[in-house]
Design a protein around this ligand. Structure first.
Ligand SMILES: [Fe+2]
Length: 411
């Protein structure tokens, strides 16, 4: 059910794309869409806002907001895409002197004579009502079957390093599924660094710029052992957890050590569908994660505070899951009459994350580099024997998404 839902999101255009496509169809068909006459846009000036009916949508546009979003040359710098207007200078009781609709544009004359001109498509896309109906980042949510049946192609090192089309396809897969692979990468730290820099800037942390894992307990973290690791996201103890995790297994002579991947958003959507009250608790109650390390070489004390599920308030879309039972700290941010309900909600999410059908197990081998959306997809591993050397790094989420937008991808 969730897979179907997400596929429909993938196939769906944004609200404005739908509106503008409708506009084009309407013109071509002489104002007829499926036999109905599309009514013209209409305006109503209310006490504190302008009500605009356009292509089946009703929008409420606050007068101060309209003046603040004027796109005249004196109000906005189109070379830098920055606002010129001093918002602090707008009269908070401002009202238009005159309004009119002309050629799918809204034209407002303000007290003092300044004129603003807005395309109705732009208003539809940027209104609250428009944003409420649109998805920030289309995704395909998955369990093991959905992912395996999607047959998502891996990129190959040679083409990945030289072809922008290949990089764009990789980023599209990454955005949709939260994981993406590059194969045939030379099994060195240097090549791993090169392949990650093709995608984005590396985010340096207390673990270094590029790190190498071995089971030598060189750091105060279970990851530096041969033990199995349950599913989790990393750096939950940062206020902004690292956006992307990169792994490359350079060598493993031994048994076990498969990696586990679980789509946290798939589990979160299941909780939302089955128990909205649990979803609400998990997305509003803030909790702490903490990392304390003190030895001869390293002294760290990190604290990150936030809910398990982070959603955009206007459309309730999940954009970050912060889930790490190892690093979750003392719960002292929830009153006693809520904490049991929070544990019940947390248990439901945990059960969804632990369903065998939601687990994607992969064996990382030298040459295969995986990129994981650390704000969405959990990772873990089974215990292993022998020498296993893993290298990788974190990437900045902002920079990866910026690169994707540069290719025209919705992110
Ligand atoms: Fe981890």
């Amino acid at each position: 059910m969730i897979g179907m839902l997400s596929r429909s999101i993938r196939a769906g255009a944004t609200h404005t794309q739908r509106l503008c496509a409708l506009n084009w169809t309407t013109l071509r068909n002489k104002k007829l869409v499926r036999g109905y006459v599309v009514p013209p846009a209409t305006l109503h000036l209310l006490e504190d806002c302008l009500e605009l009916h356009y292509r089946g949508s009703r929008m409420h546009l606050d007068y101060v907001w309209l003046r603040d979003h004027c796109r005249s040359d004196s109000s906005f710098n189109f070379k830098t895409n920055q606002r010129n207007l001093d918002t602090g200078s707008i009269d908070l009781n401002i009202r238009p002197d005159h309004t009119k609709l002309e050629d799918d544009h809204l034209i407002i004359t303000w007290p003092g004579g300044h004129t603003s001109n807005y395309s109705l498509c732009w208003l539809a896309e940027n209104s609250y009502e428009g944003k409420k109906q649109s998805t920030i980042q289309p995704r395909i949510l998955w369990n093991a079957d959905i992912y395996n049946n999607s047959h998502v192609a891996s990129s190959k090192w040679d083409t990945f390093m030289s072809s922008d089309d290949e990089l764009k396809m990789f980023l599209q897969n990454y955005l949709l599924y939260g994981i993406a692979f590059v194969d045939d990468v030379p099994a060195t730290v240097e090549a791993t660094e090169a392949v990650t820099q093709r995608v984005s800037l590396i985010r340096e942390t207390t673990y270094g710029r590029m790190w190498c894992f071995t089971s030598d307990f060189s750091r105060g973290d279970t990851a530096y052992s041969q033990l199995g690791l349950d599913r989790h996201t990393d750096t939950t103890y940062f206020h902004e957890p690292c956006g992307i995790q990169v792994f490359h297994c350079l060598k493993h002579e031994g048994t076990g050590g498969r990696n586990l991947l679980v789509d946290g958003f798939y589990a979160a959507e299941t909780v939302r569908l089955q128990s909205p009250e649990h979803f609400d608790l998990l997305s509003h109650v803030p909790i702490r994660h903490e990392f304390v390390e003190s030895d001869d070489g390293h002294h760290n004390h990190m604290i990150g505070i936030g809910p398990i599920l982070n959603t955009y308030p206007w459309n309730n879309e999940v954009y970050l899951i912060r889930y790490n039972n190892y690093d979750r700290s003392v719960i002292n941010t929830i009153p006693h009459n809520v904490v049991r309900r929070w544990y019940v909600a947390h248990r439901q999410l945990t059960m969804e994350l632990r369903r065998p059908e939601n687990e994607l197990w992969i064996k990382l081998t030298p040459g295969k580099v995986i990129f994981i959306d650390n704000w969405r997809v959990m990772h873990g591993r089974e215990a292993f024997t022998g020498v296993r050397q893993l290298c990788g790094c974190y990437l900045s989420r902002d920079d990866v998404l910026s690169k994707a937008r540069g290719f025209g991808l919705q992110a």
